[in-house]
Design a protein around this ligand. Structure first.
Ligand code: HEC
Ligand code: HEC
Length: 381
């Protein structure tokens, strides 16, 4: 075990003698520790609430979650943390019909981090989230946590470099977030795949519309398998990126710098900084989408039905979505030309009939509601 961890790279040495099960329990305790923020009161679970499929807003009503200080808000909506073990590391692939490299995978809406163990420090240090000034202050809080003894047992006694403490915290959180319980596969859809349940007629209609390139065309990005007998083949995303140009979130009044998504990745070893990747965001999994309180990277919608109706009428009736009167108003002008206007359902023009009528939008919503895990069915939209 120690040998394997030593291979993980020199920067993040977090050697442990703990068993996998002990690490999961330690990670869980850290995840729920509300003393880890500055000021105290905000844990990972504040924005990733287990009652809401590990998504959430921490009491905010503007779509993006509130941080540990009043009037501080995260920049984007908080994704569900279920099923993260299926998110591949960031990479590019070549599609046969397109000379450009297609980006794929990575964590966060812009794919900027590859592993949870590296990612965990970001919310802890982000001034709009848990607001710790540095690794040292996090290490001090960990040393007095209710789990301090288990932490020392797993990673050895201090004093230690705060970098190593942060790496150890990342390792424990990763163990928890990648554990089997975080991928329950208990939705109605999963039961249908296992042959133990059936879709209703409307849900089945929604599935067909979702797949049909002449209708929803959702399947082109929110991919799943309708033949596999194994639910793990259906994550309802291909982990690719797209420029959907969702409208601005009117509730975020503060002036913010435009969110450029993927091209903000500063990793110089990849071409993602190329402006052609600006305004692209990672396609989210639609598992448990009906329990979310805010949709899209910026929280533009609060109702699932609106998210679907947007696809149906973005191009046929743009005035319904872009209240400023300017189509694609949340994207800086110079990038509007790279919004996806070709793949279904985006291949219509102003004045055309919408690609989905109201009843069809409802059917797709009904289908997406079958993706809600058993624990959350009572709160789904
Ligand atoms: C103040 C709210 C807030 C808190 C607290 C918070 N997060 Fe998040 N989390 C977010 C937001 C917002 C995003 C999306 C950020 C982005 O894409 O740039 C996110 C994204 C993530 C992701 C990426 C998921 C994906 O699908 O790519 C992981 C993993 C994660 N958070 C884990 C944690 C952990 C672990 C903690 C505690 C150490 C934590 N978060 C605390 C708001 C929060
Ligand atoms: C060309 C790729 C593509 C297609 C086709 C597509 N989506 Fe998406 N979907 C995305 C991306 C990318 C996002 C995130 C956009 C953003 O936040 O800027 C998204 C976001 C969503 C969300 C919000 C999820 C969340 O967690 O906030 C829903 C719901 C959704 N899509 C449903 C659908 C439905 C229904 C269809 C078909 C009518 C569809 N999508 C077609 C790529 C696609």
């Amino acid at each position: 075990m120690g040998f394997f961890i030593a291979l993980m790279g020199p920067r993040l040495r977090a050697e442990t003698t703990a068993t996998p099960a002990e690490l999961v329990e330690l990670g869980r305790a850290i995840f729920f520790d509300a003393n880890l923020s500055e000021p105290k009161g905000t844990s990972c679970a504040s924005c990733h609430d287990p009652e809401q499929a590990f998504s959430g807003s921490h009491g905010s009503t503007i779509g993006v979650p509130r941080g540990s200080r009043p009037d501080h808000f995260a920049r984007r909506t908080s994704p569900s943390l279920l099923y993260l073990k299926y998110v591949p590391a960031f990479r590019y692939y070549q599609e046969c019909d397109d000379p450009r490299l297609a980006p794929f995978g990575g964590l966060f809406w812009d794919g900027r981090v590859d592993t949870i163990r590296e990612l965990a420090r970001q919310p802890l240090l982000n001034p709009d989230e848990m607001n710790n000034p540095d690794g040292r202050s996090i290490a001090r809080k960990i040393a007095v946590g209710s789990y301090a003894k288990a932490f020392v047992r797993a990673f050895g006694p201090g004093p230690r470099d705060p970098e190593i403490t942060l790496a150890s915290v990342g390792r424990a959180l990763e163990a928890f977030l990648l554990s089997d319980e975080m991928a329950p596969f208990s939705s109605k859809y999963d039961e249908v795949v296992r042959g133990r349940d059936r879709l209703t007629a409307v849900e089945m209609q929604g599935l067909r519309l979702f797949q049909d390139p002449a209708k929803g065309g959702c399947f082109g990005c929110h991919a799943f398998s309708d033949t596999a007998k194994d639910p793990t083949s259906s994550m309802f995303t291909d982990y690719g990126y797209d420029a959907a140009a969702v409208p601005g979130n009117p509730k975020v009044r503060e002036k913010r710098k435009p969110d450029l998504g993927l091209c903000e990745r500063t990793d110089q070893t990849t071409p993602s900084a190329d402006p052609m990747y600006c305004i692209n965001f990672r396609t989210p999994s639609l598992r448990n989408v009906a329990v979310r309180g805010a949709f899209m990277h910026n929280g533009a919608f609060t109702r699932l039905r609106d998210a679907v109706a947007f696809y149906a009428t973005r191009d046929t009736n743009p005035g319904r979505w872009y209240r400023s009167g300017v189509k694609f108003d949340d994207a800086p002008k110079k990038y509007r030309g790279q919004v996806n206007v070709t793949s279904p359902p985006y291949n219509r023009r102003a004045g055309d009939p919408p690609v989905l009528n109201d009843q069809e939008v409802d059917a797709i919503v009904a289908f997406m509601r079958t993706l809600t895990d058993a624990r959350y069915r009572r709160i789904a939209q």
